[in-house]
Design a protein around this ligand. Sequence first.
Ligand code: PLP
Length: 854
Amino acid sequence: MNFSKILHRFTVTPSLPKELAGLQRIAYNLWWCWEPDAIELFTRLDPELWRETRHNPVEMLGILQQTTLEMLKADEGFISHLAMVEDKLKEYLAAKTWYSKLHREDDGLRVAYFSMEFGLHESLPIYSGGLGILAGDHLKSASDLGLPLVGVGLLYRQGYFRQYLNIEGWQQEFYPENDFYNLPLHLERKADGTPLLLELDLAGNRVKIQIWRAQVGRIPLYLLDTNLEENSPDDRNITTRLYGGDQEMRIRQEILLSIGGVRALHLLGIEPHVCHMNEGHAAFLSLERTRLLMEERRLKFSEACEAVKAGTVFTTHTPVEAGIDHFPADLIDKYLGRYYRGLGLSREEFLSLGRQNARNPHEMFCMAVLALKLTGHANGVSQLHGEVSRKMWKNVWPDLPEEHLPLTSITNGVHNKTWLSREMARLLIRYLGTRWLEDPTDASVWRRVSRIPDGELWRTHKHGREHLVDYARKRLKEQLCQVGATAKEIAVADEVLDPDILTIGFARRFATYKRGTLLLHDVERLARIVNNSTRPVQIVFAGKAHPADHQGKELIRQIVQLSHQERFRHRIVFLEDYDMSVARHLVQGVDVWLNTPLRPLEASGTSGMKVAFNGGLNMSVLDGWWCEGYRGNNGWAIGKGEVYDDLEYQNEVESRAIYDLLEKEIVPLFYDRGSDGIPRGWIACMKASLQSLCPTFSTDRMVQQYSETFYFTAFEQWQMLNENNSTLAVDLARWKEKMHRLWHHVRIEQVEAEMSQDILAGSSIPLRAKIFVDEIPLDQLAVDAYYGVLDSRGAIIGGELVPLTPSAPDGAGAHYFSGQLDCRFCGRHGFMLRVMPKHPVLGPIYEPSLLLWG
Ligand SMILES: *Cc1c(COP(=O)(O)O)cnc(C)c1O
């Protein structure tokens, strides 16, 4: 019998007495997960249940017995705690914000932020790692800052896998079902109460989609879900797992996220001016926005696309091409064939949008290339990653010098209120006031960290370490029970780790480039370090390997096996099922955070920032954010940022550097105590770390930077291009067409510079160039000298542009342009001439093949 046919479905919601109804309102706004008083409120309801539900208040409210509820209703202390938290939420939602203080609240800006994953809290498991946590922190800071932003993502029925280790330490995966009715989600409905449904064509199938909303403070996050009875099993599966299926599943998910996401917003009446792609997964969204504009305003693809580019931001997170989605042409045809024809594009035109070299038919369709070609604003996630990305993608902008590529960097951050321990937050409020809560970017406030008495800072930090040790023992015990360990083995869990000794944390995805086992390179030396009788060290590991990554799983197995050896049993622990809860305990409790990526493969890294806010210190390879964070006195650098060719040799050198640092600097500094037992030198380092890192590495700073460099500009450009039925966008597209027609006539005929071999610094060189301009009006050409110091290969490094202005005509179609170079620095200089088209309203415009060097 097929039960699904006879089953009537219904939803039971908890019947809270009206005195407790506020609990429900708080539980349904994820604001609670960065408000300590709210967390305490839920813990107070039932500490055991709180833990068992993975800190899920919605589920907990559904399970609580009527008798408990009756009791709470009569508990005056509890009721006033509840009222206080609810007032806080109301105040939060009504408060003046950074954005409202900029007086921008009436400008109508709407930003939509698209991501495959969002890591908001462990109870909403629709994230896998760094990318999702960053997206979650982005929304939280956008909420705090009052930015008019909405999030768009997918609602996975099974999320990312959960991890447990078998007795050998081999990773096993399991996929518990998310019960959406026990999560803080609202189903979007029409006025008549029926679910709002949208349809999407996927390879000829009409897929029905419903939209859920999670409320993150002021920010709505819309999550799409295809698990509807009306859909075929295949289509229902699209939103089953995050990063679960094959390439075909991936393209289906990406189409759903991007094209489905834009349509969902449209259906909800939200027309964003700026769309932000968090990684290339969402790159198809520009196509759908273009299609909408074309339809609405009767534009051609090229015209609508100009406006869409201006209103789109792309953030890349991946420093290797292999890490980015590439689709074969047949998959593109299968899923987007009808779609691109509808846009008026030929197959070749469409495929070339995903190729670095438009004419190479063997290149796969790359989502990052598509994103770069369809956005006007792009960035990497740290300064170094910006450089790496410009190198990686320079072919997308043929003829531009690397440093001029429109691909900048905005370094990641963390939402400090989410990651700070309650005790640390209290301490900071006591000595810094509350200003850092509203504006963590104010460095002058963080300087007051020097006022915190050493003893108090140390006690607070020690509390975090004790808490971590407690938590680790509990988790370890549960882990052992689950795999059927003996009572004796389980009893050992009570004795692992020591709340008083130097504690190192290492947790992340177990991808090989992160080198999770670098610390294990010389096991004998490691044994001596951790077992030093007066100055011992302990290490807590956690992390998941992708289910298909056997090498990653092997690394985990090695660590677990090592931790079972007698000499490491008390000193090394691997915690299973790394999630935001494990992460919080770790970053709040460790003394040192170890980070060992192969430079430059860690685009940014954020865990070390979470640690810094909690007073922990970083020991890291100079990669990603740490290149910007490391100051010499606020943590440790492993190596000097070298890049090696020989991986074995590099591992050898860098593991030795880690042991040396530990033996010679870190361990002695930690155990060098005054008569009161306080390590003054260590605390000085903690303070330097807090003062130097906290003002910079928050998502408040990051979101402000995204707003100021991208969102506001993109909004202005979008409006300008779309005024009066997109007049300027149409004009721009036509103007570009004209330039493409005329450009191959443009020639640099002659360049004259009045110079001798030796030129004194401070003097200037007059420059004159004769350019054949044909029919192009003079004011539509930008002629610049690009000059600077030459490197050993004779290339200009970090050059500067000096504009030349039209001076005199020279016969038919040719014209002189002149200017002068100021020689401010000594050394060998060189210059080149650059000619670009210049739009009468928008200024110089870069277009591939519309650029002339001479
Ligand atoms: C912060 C965090 C990450 C990201 O860590 P990186 O240092 O950026 O690699 C991954 N997973 C969880 C659970 C986190 O909390």
